[in-house]
Design a protein around this ligand. Structure first.
Ligand code: ATP
Ligand code: MG
Length: 363
């Protein structure tokens, strides 16, 4: 029971079903498993500012949205510490020292940073803060001595970078930091859920999302207009599963019992897929099935959110208390880091004594 979780999200929009299957669903299970000593969930506002400097208000407004999504999904402030990154100044200090352990070339090779730079058209003018965010992410993880980081696949290069920083720090100074491991979703489709437009990744920044807080009607409309197989024109045509977003979502969300409830003509997903590939199964039928499943998952989340929305100050209070608790832990780690680096001069009696001897104290 000494395992520690840290994970988080950028407050750049409401959370979507990609977050749900990629990380949120797992976090809630882990929180409830009783196998972890601590679960820290961070709203990464400072990281979000690194690529939203033209619109800082967006970040400020979305903090509460993310907090509402968290608690509605089952993250329990009694069992998990929910906090806001910018309220923990110790994280900046750690980042500053870790910067010495990473080269510019290494950052440039980070595949997630590379593709995000492209996505944001930052090639010519990348903000330094954005470029170095993998280092600040290493500070976030290590400040809490987290060993388990439940994330989607896009975050793997970040965890790798963190492990390198930890290794370097522990080798150069002293072994005070913990090497984390990513915990990916078991199911392939959930590692990187595509957008409703069929694009590589559902992402707040790409406007191709089904949000956890969408109304039942919004979810239905989005599902019914989802990208499927452009070659499947008539019901009788054989359909393709490759790149077919509706089937990818079924891979991520569908369980055997859903067939009994919503599509009793089939026993499992394998059978449904086989029929689609043979021809004779229309997209509308499959989309209606997916819609039923999504509504079943999202309805309780929606109901809890409506309740929480009635007392917004209470939600800010949860974040405030969480941030205070998180800060204590981060301060403890920072103090160990500074001792290991031997920059805790005023607590270092030996340093003061040897220096005074060197200067011939009292001579
Ligand atoms: P932004 O576009 O602002 O980067 P985002 O939608 O990528 O937003 P993040 O806050 O960057 O969301 O990611 C939070 C967590 O959710 C990370 O662990 C990430 O791996 C996971 N995640 C995000 N999108 C998906 C997705 N489409 N499928 C699976 N996991 C995802
Ligand atoms: Mg992202």
């Amino acid at each position: 029971m000494d395992k520690i979780i840290l994970t988080g999200d950028r407050p750049t929009g409401r959370l979507h079903v990609g977050h749900y299957v990629g990380s949120l669903r797992r976090r809630v299970e882990l929180q409830n498993s009783g196998e972890y000593k601590k679960t820290y969930i961070m709203i990464a506002d400072a990281q979000a500012l690194t690529d939203n400097i033209e619109n800082p208000e967006k970040v400020r407004q979305n903090i509460i949205e993310v907090a509402l999504d968290y608690i509605s999904c089952g993250l329990d402030p009694e069992r998990s510490t929910l906090f806001i990154q910018s309220q923990i100044p110790e994280l900046c200090e750690l980042t500053f020292y870790y910067m010495d352990l990473v080269t510019v070339a290494r950052l440039q090779r980070n595949p997630t940073v590379k593709s995000e730079i492209q996505m944001r058209n930052f090639e010519a003018s990348i903000p330094v803060g954005f470029f170095t965010y993998p280092i600040s992410q290493a500070a976030d993880i290590t400040a809490f001595k987290a060993d388990t980081v439940p994330v989607g696949e896009d975050q793997l290069p970040m965890i790798e970078q963190t492990r390198e920083i930890v290794h370097k720090f522990n080798t150069v100074y002293a072994p005070v930091l913990v090497e984390p491991s990513a915990l990916l979703p078991e199911n392939e489709a959930s590692k990187r859920l595509p957008g409703t437009d069929g694009k590589a990744k559902m992402s707040k920044s790409l406007n191709n999302c089904i949000y956890l807080s969408d109304t039942a009607d919004e979810v239905r409309t989005k599902v019914m207009s989802m990208y499927t197989d452009p070659l499947h024109l008539q019901v009788s045509d054989p359909g393709h599963l490759e790149g077919n977003t509706v089937f990818t979502y079924l891979d991520a969300f569908c369980r055997k019992e859903h067939f009994g409830r919503y599509l009793p003509d089939y026993t499992d997903l394998g059978e449904l897929k086989a029929h689609y590939q043979r021809g004779g199964l229309g997209d509308v039928k499959v989309k209606k099935f997916l819609n039923n499943i999504l509504q079943e998952v999202l309805e309780p989340v929606r109901i809890r959110r409506k309740e929480l929305e009635k007392d917004i100050p209470a939600v800010y209070d949860i974040l405030k208390k969480g941030s205070e608790a998180a800060r204590e832990t981060a301060a403890q780690t920072l103090s160990e880091v500074k001792s290991a680096m031997r920059i805790n001069y005023f607590e270092d009696e030996e340093l003061i004594r040897t220096q005074s001897e060197r200067f011939g104290e009292g001579a």
